[in-house]
Every structure is written in C-alpha cells, then in structure tokens.
Design a protein around this ligand. Structure first.
Ligand code: ADP
Ligand code: MG
Length: 698
C-alpha cells in the first residue's frame, strides 16, 4: 500500500525536484531568490522552465497556466498548451523562461476599480518563485502576481508580498538593535483553520438561494439545531469521512499539510486545519484548499458551502488566521525566550502587535469585510465586529507590572526589569481559553478569528503585516537614536502598554455589555457592516501608513475600496433578486395553493355536515391569507428599494442605501415567508427546509 510519504507533494515542483533536476548553479541562484527574496537572475529562467516542463510532462501535464488571485476573491487561470510544431510534422513540448516569467492574460474582465482605464489597457502576470509551481489536473500551475502595465497591483498576492517585505525590513532593524547580526530574513507564517458546511447535492439543487447566493435566504429554524452540542468533535459520518479522506489525499499531493479535521459546532459543519507555513504559501494553499473542497465534494454527491452564514440562526463559518513572525534561523519572535534579552525582544514584538491592532482596528475590520461576513460577525458564536485582543491572565499581569513598575504577581513574585529578569514560562494551555476574542494570543502566535470562511487570507495578512511593520518602524526610529538602549526600550514598552491598554480585553467577547463598554467607555470602533467600514480604507492615516511602507499606492487603495463596495452591492442585489423571485414564483403560489385546498376542504366538509366548525382550516386560512398579502406587499417594498438604487450618486451612497433600505426589507420579507412556512403543510413547501438540509448527509 502507498503511504502518505510516497505521494506527499508528488504534484509540486518543490525543493526536492529542483535539487534533482537543476544544475547546482541554477539551483543555487533560484534558492537565493526563494529564501532571501533576492531578485531573480533572468538567465536561470530558461533552465528552470525547461526542467519544470519536463517534470510536468512526465506527470501527464499538457498545459501550463499562470495561476493568480484577482480581486474577484477566487483564483484565475488561462491554460496554454506546451505543444509546438516540429519541422517533421510532429509536435514537441516547449516552455521558455519568458513564458515562465511573464504572461499577458486578457485582463479586461477582471475587476480593476478603474485602474486599468486610468493607466493601461492590459495586465500582466509575473512569476512568484517563492511559491512552488504545481500540477492540477493536466495543467502546470505557476503562481503569479497580476499587475497592470502601469505597475499597479490588480491582485491580492502583490500587496501581500509587499507587506511581507515591509515587515521583514522593519523587523530586521529591530533585531539588529538587539545585537542580532546574523539573521537574514524575517517572515510571517500562517496556519488558517478553515470551516465549511457539507450538504447533499439534491438539497442544494432544490434551493435557488443556495445555487445563486451560496446561502439560504429563507427558512424557519429546525426543531433541532446545535443546542445539544452533539456535533462538535462528534464521530464523523462515513460519507463525510470518505470526503475528508479523498480531500486529504488531493491536498497532500499538492504539498498542502492538511493536518486536523473534525466536526464543528453546527450540524453539517466541519473544519480543516493545515500545518502553518509562510504567509504567501499559506495563502496560495488556502485558495487551493477551498477549490479542492468544492471539487471533491461534488465527486461524493455533496456540495461544500464556504459562505460565512449559510443558515440563519445556526453557527456561521469562519477562518482562524494563526499568525506569527519568525527569523530564517527558526526563532519565533512571538515566543517568550529563555534569557532576559530574548524576553525583552519578545515583549517588544508583542507590543508592536498590540499597537498595530489598536492603531489599525479599522484596517483589520476592513480586511474581513464582505456582505457574507457581515451576517456572521456578532452572531451565534462568532466574534463581534469590535476588535479587541486577548492576552491571557499571565501575560496581562506581566504587562501590568511593567506599566506600573510594580512586582509581577506570578508564581514567584518578581520585579519586572526588562533586559534583566527572565519572564515566567507561560503555560500554553492557559493562554488559549478564550474562544470569544477576535484576536487572541495563544502562546507563541496570534489567532485572528474574524475572517470569513470564504475570505482570501491575503487581505487580513496584508493589513496585519503592514500595521506591525509600522509599529516596528516607530520603535526602530526611536531606539536607533536612543542614548541608552535599555532605558529607551523599557520606556517604550511601558508607553505602548499605557497608550493601548484599551484594546486588551480578556472577558467574554460575545457579551452585549462588552460592546457597550468597548464603544462607549473605551472608544473602540464598531463597524457593523461593509458599508460602514470600507470607506475608511481611504482615511488619511491609513493611506499614509500603507503607502509609506509601499504596500499599496493611493490609486490601488482607491480602486480596492471601489471594488469591495461594488462586490457588496452586487452580492446583496443578487440576493434581493433571488428573494423576489422565490417569494413570487415559489413561496406565494405554494402558500396560496395550500390555503385554497384548505378552504376547499372546509367548504366540502361543511356541505356534508353543516354543523362542523372547521376551526383548523378557518384559522390557518385566515392567517395564511394575511401572510400571503404581506408577502406580496413586502416583495413590492423590496423591489422598490432596489429600483431606487439607480438614483445613488456613487458607490458609497449605493452601499449605504443597500444597508439602510434593501437589507432591512429583505429581512422583513423573510420574516413573513418563514412564518408562512411554519403553517404550511410540508408537502406543499416548494423547497427543502432547514431540517432537511442540515441533516441531509448521513
Ligand atoms: P487550535 O487553535 O485548534 O487549538 P492549534 O493552535 O494547535 O489548534 O493550531 C491551529 C493552527 O495554528 C494550525 O494550522 C497550526 O499549524 C497553526 N500554528 C501553530 N503554531 C503556529 C505558529 N507558530 N505560527 C503560525 N501558525 C501556527
Ligand atoms: Mg484555533
């Protein structure tokens, strides 16, 4: 039998294959680029392309594609064959360095937020050698960045790579100050835990809302939901186990370290977590994981729902972004060390994150903002839209001791003098108790829990890397000029704790009282919707920070703001249209038919036995007739709200109209339809109910 190690990474042009197929000189040059971010030597491209092609062809590949991540949220690929005519009438397989390095897909159909119109007509893709090429189906996929000819990023990878570079630059400055001259590179790493729902294809096909919108727009609560907590970590059903087994195999072949899998809280909800890796690679891998989940599900007669809130009143799906920073020498900079110096360095990096999260709460909220995630944040076991940080009692006590110059009340009482004392060892288990925090320290990494299940993790990590780079820059600027390093360091850590204490919250993030305290007492931001937060992308402080670290240009930020708001408006508009259609062509007619049948039965019964009261029929007919009228009325209200969108002067105004009129009217329409569902005989209801869907996989 084949074991995992036999086929792990078999579809990846990874280090093992590079070493085996490239000359020592070419391999060395490429490795230098991959490990240290050195510019690529163009002369090696032909050799790499040729080796890649030979390897891919030996694995059955016939095509290649530049694989990229445009702002649509999914990945894009355009396949080109390797074949080229040979003089004798046959074909040879060709792939040049030029084709490897640069592609020119017709970019006109990808969202650009006006960038291409302003700058250049076409876009190009550029090879990202830091993420391995891989084979999907019969195609060699080359991870690439996607830019306009003016050099503006049209994708998510470009700013992500820039943000990693910014973090590297500033972190190295800080490490040098601590006397570390040997470190060459600092990178951020991520392990994203991915939640999803699995339902049967029959259920999916029977619901237009799931097919068009990825989530249900109607549906009353099932008699049994997640209240018994019997699904979380429960035994995995054979059909789901079959899916997971095949998914793991597909992911392992692609070199993706799928590691843990379990049932989640809601019925039909599951989770997959890989072993963490460099942010750039983790991002590519997460996109591939989502794609594979959907592909493998369909082979099992299932559909994988990646929407943040497929079912109202049931847990939504998120993605936990476990994030840390480490050196090329393997030191995790968010891990408390063994010596006083390492501890001081750890505390400085910790403070850099605290400052970053507080200063750029808005950017972090923006980075997870979509119409789908708006439904999830603050509802059923998801973090609220308010950002706060959980550090755990022990670390909190340490910070308090530093802030107030008092002895640390830990296991042994110690006065915390930075650079002198050794920090107490934190018990990892005690740091991870709080599951309600949007941003939690979990021993040697931070877990950002606000990401929606369908979000690309690029966006959150771009903002996180950039914001932390900014904190480190402020620190390095100050420390490089300090007369006495240790005193300056101590003062700066103290100041950070004092200035940013408001962002630290160790209590229950799901509690309403917290939202009140957070917003009214602490002055933290609470942007409930995408329409609320997105325009703040262009606030001066955000533009200044992101442009100064060369993560985005102003034009790129403007275009992204526009695209994200457009996505929001389009998503909700499609949902509204789907509701109007389902209410008008399915729900109202079904309710009407049932009502008419009941009325007919009642009059038939009365004709037979005049003394019969027909209380059931009369009562239901009366209620459902009223509800049918309301369904029609609320549908008209929604149509009217939609029609008025054409009057919006710009996308910001349109998104506000969506938030203020369209969404509330969708909710009003849903409420009457859901009530009608509870009164209508099941055999008349035009599509599967929540109970049918959530318990469909056996
Ligand atoms: P859980 O959050 O379910 O308790 P873990 O904390 O063990 O599970 O891991 C969750 C994810 O965090 C995994 O993807 C894991 O690889 C990742 N992870 C673990 N250590 C780090 C680290 N130092 N940096 C980034 N991610 C990490
Ligand atoms: Mg976790």
């Amino acid at each position: 039998m084949k074991t995992v190690s036999d086929f792990f990474g078999s579809m990846v042009f990874d280090d093992r294959i590079m070493k085996a197929t490239l000359s020592a000189k070419v391999y060395g040059s490429l490795k230098h680029t991959i490990d240290e971010g050195a510019p690529l030597d163009p002369s090696v491209a032909d050799a790499v392309a040729s080796a890649m092609k030979d390897w891919a062809v030996s694995k059955g590949a016939t095509h290649f594609t530049h694989w990229f991540q445009p702002l649509t949220g999914i990945t894009a690929e355009k396949h080109d064959g390797f074949i080229s005519p040979s003089p004798d009438g046959g074909v040879i397989m060709e792939f040049s360095g030029k084709e490897l390095i640069k592609g020119e897909p017709d970019a006109s159909s990808f969202p650009s937020g006006g960038l291409r119109a302003t700058f250049e007509a076409r876009g190009y893709t550029a090879w990202d050698p830091t993420s391995y090429a891989f084979i999907k189906g019969k195609t060699l996929c080359i991870p690439t960045a996607f830019c306009s000819y003016g050099g503006h990023a049209l994708d998510k990878k470009t700013p992500l790579l820039r943000s990693m570079e910014a973090l590297n630059r500033q972190a190295l400055r800080v490490l040098r100050l601590f006397g570390n001259d040997s470190v060459k590179r600092v990178v951020s790493s991520v392990g994203p835990e991915q939640e999803y729902f699995l339902i049967t294809k029959e259920m999916y096909d029977a619901r237009p809302d799931l097919r068009y919108c990825g989530r249900t727009l109607f549906g009353s609560r099932p008699p049994k939901g997640q209240e018994m907590d019997d699904h979380y970590f429960g035994a995995i059903k054979p059909r789901v186990a079959g899916f997971m087994e095949e998914l793991n195999e597909e992911l392992w072949k692609l070199g993706i370290m799928a590691k843990t899998e379990h049932n989640e809280v809601a019925p039909a909800q599951h989770e997959l977590a890989p072993i963490y890796t460099t942010t750039n690679v983790a991002t590519d891998h997460n996109q591939l994981t989502m794609e594979m989940m959907q592909k493998v599900a369909s082979r099992h007669g299932l559909v994988c729902l990646l929407h943040e809130k497929p079912f109202d009143g049931v847990n939504g799906s998120g993605k936990h972004n476990n994030w840390s920073i480490s050196t090329n020498e393997g030191q995790n900079l968010l891990s408390p060390g063994d010596t006083p110096y390492e501890n001081a360095q750890f505390l400085l990096f910790l403070c850099a994150v605290i400052k970053a999260v507080d200063d750029y709460q808005d950017l972090l909220r923006i980075s997870v903002a979509t119409a789908g995630n708006d439904h999830r944040l603050g509802a059923n076991e998801a973090p609220p839209a308010v950002i706060s940080m959980f550090l755990g009692d022990e670390l909190n006590a340490v910070l308090e001791a530093i802030e107030t110059d008092t002895p640390y009340q830990g296991a042994e009482k110690t006065q915390m003098k930075l650079g002198v004392d050794v920090l107490p060892k934190f018990n990892r288990d005690t740091t991870d108790r709080n599951r309600t925090s949007p941003f939690a320290f979990t021993g040697n990494k931070f877990e950002f829990r606000m990401l929606g299940s369908s979000n690309s993790i690029a966006c959150a990590n771009i903002m996180l890397n950039a914001a932390v780079a900014e904190s480190l820059k402020v620190y390095a600027d100050r420390l490089e000029g300090a007369e006495d390093f240790e005193t300056a360091l101590h003062e700066m850590i103290k100041k950070t704790i004092k200035d940013h204490r408001r962002i630290i919250f160790n209590g229950n993030g799901y509690d309403d009282a917290w939202i009140k305290e957070a917003t009214e007492v602490r002055g933290l931001l609470n942007y409930r919707t995408t329409a609320d937060c997105m325009p703040h992308l262009l606030d001066q402080k955000n533009v200044d920070m992101l442009t100064s670290h060369q993560v985005f240009t102003l034009e790129e930020l403007q275009s992204r703001c526009e695209i994200m708001l457009e996505n929001y408006c389009k998503t909700v508009t499609i949902e509204a249209n789907t509701m109007i259609s389902m209410a008008g062509t399915q729900i109202a007619p079904a309710v009407e038919k049932f009502t008419a049948d009941l009325a007919g039965n009642a009059s038939a019964k009365k004709a037979l036995v005049p003394s019969i009261t027909c209380a059931y029929e009369m009562g239901v007919v009366r209620k459902l007739s009223g509800l049918t009228d309301q369904i029609i009325e609320k549908t008209a209200d929604l149509q009217q709200a939609e029609a008025s969108l054409t009057g919006a002067k710009d996308i910001i105004e349109e998104s506000c109209m969506i938030r203020d009129t369209v969404i509330p009217r969708m909710q009003a329409l849903r409420a009457v339809c859901d009530e009608a569902e509870t009164l209508t005989a099941k055999s008349y209801w035009p599509f599967p109910t929540y109970a049918d869907i959530l318990f469909s996989v056996r």
